[in-house]
Ligand binder design. Structure first.
Ligand SMILES: Cc1ncc(COP(=O)(O)O)c(C=O)c1O
Length: 509
């Protein structure tokens, strides 16, 4: 079927047959109309010279309504947290409150330019100052930078602070310890910063094994990078002891704080021995992610690391106004142009202030309650490899389904048919066939019940009709894809039908 037929054929869904914008094109159509020129026309070639390009290749030519409908329809293809539950473990896909968007769109903030002089940017600087203060209060740390653009970027910044600190002490070290339950970005970060990564085994409760830690920490170890709660949704109950073991050998404790949705208002990393940590504003503090970004990964640290923070540093000047200080001789330098993703700072502060201390604490409690409600609801239907108390997310495995040939990825595909975004598949690696579920505080009891019911129905189907699951999804626009081919041989460039036909003719000829 060629694209013309594809468009013309009516179906029961309003946007079933959406084609590429290139395929909608017909010569001469325009989505704009300009008024006649009221200034002398300039020959574009005299302006552009040899850079002028007459042939623009295959640019789509469409009317305004065609382009509006095209993108509006495409926007309905995506699953979003505004559509329904998005239990993608480790991603904290919580609702992004509309108040955040309202504030971020206020003209003075949305249109502020980073080259604006400081004296006309006092409001923007005050937002950064307030956010810094709130995050320091929440984490119990001493100093902070808002510059990093994502969680992994925050990790790199934090590890560079540790490296600079140890070097300044004349004590450079070679290794970073990372538990096997860590997020994958942790070892990648350590290696990027030039360290050798040494794996630390978890115990049967899914926590750091203190005896292994004591055996592995020595004068070569710069730091331990610890995700807390870790990717099993387990809080490291001996975190104080872990910090003591490290500090006794002159090593530092880095905490991946991307899972702070389980701790805000309840426990402060600064109080339990952490030296440096990052936060994911796009997880815990409700700024958009998953296609909506950009992210923000502030790094908070203890006093000893403060001199090494990226420049510029936000300061209150002697005249009481806010400004930036570039004169920090021990700084690791910039990690990002300008001052970080400011729009995200605005949203995160709006979220914090709209909730207030009690609201934030309630959020944490609800996130943990929801994860535990799912744990209870699905126990028995799915295998629970670690029985330790669950915090913000719960990790099941596909062990009970594998005898029928069904794996975690198959259950996830079937979940799409029930109207849910899949949970995280096959992660953390420490659990074979992992099903990592993080509901967040955003979900009501009614939606949690629906999710539990769907997962139980799927467990039942696995027993009675495994083929339904193995061929899922059935109710989607696109059925099951060959994911290996999609990853290894992606087709990233559109070619006109005529070229494809030509190529096929050569191939078959
Ligand atoms: C525990 C943990 N650490 C680090 C990251 C990395 O954050 P980012 O994707 O913003 O780089 C994530 C991302 O979800 C995470 O869950």
């Amino acid at each position: 079927m060629n694209w013309n037929e594809k468009i013309r054929k009516a179906t029961t869904h309003i946007s079933q047959n959406e084609v590429l914008i290139f395929e909608r094109s017909s010569a001469g159509k325009k989505a704009y109309q300009l008024p006649p020129l009221d200034v002398p026309e300039v020959d574009p070639e005299s302006l552009l010279g040899e850079h002028m390009r007459e042939d623009l290749g295959h640019m789509p030519e469409v009317s305004e309504i065609e382009i509006i409908r095209h993108f509006t329809r495409l926007s309905t293809w995506n699953y979003a947290v505004d559509h329904g539950m998005y239990p993608l473990g480790s991603c904290t896909m919580k609702y992004n409150a509309r108040v955040n968007e309202y504030v971020a769109r206020l003209m003075g903030l949305a249109e502020a330019h980073p080259y604006q002089p400081e004296r006309v940017s006092q409001g923007a600087l005050l937002i950064q100052k307030l956010l810094r203060e709130q995050l320091l209060e929440i984490t119990g740390m001493d100093a902070i930078t808002l510059q990093p653009a994502a969680g992994a970027h925050g990790e790199l910044t934090g590890i560079l602070l540790i490296r600079a600190y140890l070097e300044s002490q004349g004590n450079p070290r070679k290794k970073i310890l990372i538990p096997d339950s860590a997020h994958g970005t942790n070892p990648a970060t350590a290696a990027t910063a030039g360290y050798t990564v040494e794996n630390l085994k978890s115990n049967s409760a899914g926590m750091v094994d203190i005896a292994s830690l004591e055996a592995q920490v020595n004068e070569d170890v710069a730091a331990l990078m610890l995700t807390n709660p870790n990717t099993l949704g387990v809080f490291e109950q001996e975190i104080h002891k872990i910090a003591d073991v490290l500090h006794a050998k002159g090593s530092l404790l880095y905490m991946d704080g991307a899972n702070m949705n389980a701790l805000v208002g309840k426990a402060r990393p600064g109080d339990f021995g952490v030296d440096v940590m990052h936060l994911n504003l796009h997880k815990t503090f409700s700024t958009p992610h998953g296609g909506g970004g950009p992210g923000s990964g502030p790094v908070a640290c203890k006093k000893i690391l403060e001199p090494f923070l990226p420049i510029p540093v936000l300061v209150t000047k002697p005249d009481g106004t806010l400004g930036f200080d570039y004169n920090q001789p021990q700084s690791i330098g910039r990690v990002r142009m300008f001052y970080g993703n400011f729009g995200m700072h605005v949203r995160a502060l709006a979220y914090i202030m709209a909730n207030g201390p009690d609201g934030l604490r309630q959020t944490t409690e609800d996130a943990v309650l929801n994860a535990n409600y799912i744990r209870k609801g699905l126990e028995g239907s799915y295998d629970l490899p670690y029985k330790t108390a669950t915090m913000h997310e719960v990790v099941f495995s596909d062990r009970l389904q594998t005898p029928k040939g069904i794996k975690t990825g198959d259950v996830a595909k079937r979940l799409i048919d029930y109207g849910f975004h899949p949970y995280t598949v096959s992660f953390p690696l420490i659990v074979a066939g992992a099903m990592m579920i993080e509901p967040t505080e955003s979900e009501s009891k009614a939606s949690l019940d629906m999710f539990i019911e769907a997962m139980k129905d799927i467990a039942e189907e696995a027993e009675q009709h495994p083929e339904i699951i193995l061929e899922a999804p059935h109710n989607t626009r696109v059925s099951r894809l060959d994911e290996t081919a999609a990853a290894r041989k992606p087709i990233l460039r559109w070619k006109p039908q005529s070229e494809v036909a030509e190529k096929e003719a050569v191939h078959h000829g």
